[in-house]
Design a protein around this ligand. Sequence first.
Ligand SMILES: [Fe+2]
Length: 245
Amino acid sequence: MRVSIDTLDRKRLREQFVDQGAFVYVDRFVPGELTARLAESARALLPAVNRNYLPGHKQGGSVSRHTIDRLAPHIAELYRSRVLVEWLEAITGDKLLPSPQDDPHAYALYYYTREGDHIGWHYDTSYYEGRRYTLLIGVIDDSSCRLDYELHTRTPGASPVADSIQYPPGAIVLFDGDKLRHRITPSKAGEMRVSLTFEYVTDARMRPWRRFVSNMKDAIAYFGFRQVFNVFGAKGRPSAGPDTA
Ligand SMILES: [Fe+2]
């Protein structure tokens, strides 16, 4: 799959990324043809969506990387695209690694299809030794949902800057998960929104106790116990991060 990002001004976007405390939004990134294919896959995967609900925090659906590997491998191909990863490295200034094989968040689709689907304020906390970057890709958006966010909440000496966007199909948001406080506002009846999330890490090692916490959060909040604990049998290793939008 090709990603036409040659024309984007890397230097300017890198500067924006740094100035905004490891956050950048690009409204036209994924070519139309590829976006259409992603939307088609997202609709085809609707029967595989795992619904989850944590009172007061989140409600929505998700399709994990394990299901994507089985049913939509071209998304996994895009995740590993050298062109894409090199571009992300240029913007973040870090050498990036794919999330480990057993991390269900490495690439996942998030669905907002019922009234009230949302996720409350959170960080995409890294349970790995190093940093974890989140790339959000707009796939389908027939909704009023907004990505509300606050920059610089953890920048020493800086005042937080609040803003809000609706990122349309083909747009991307890239950020360091430990630095961006964010949420997705609740969807209304009859709306539909699907977002594709790619997670990259700078160090794929995870501390054992963090692994346990992360695994439990995934099991409860996202993909279901069977998905998280049984996919790789007894050797199964859990995933990163509790929250992604
Ligand atoms: Fe998130």
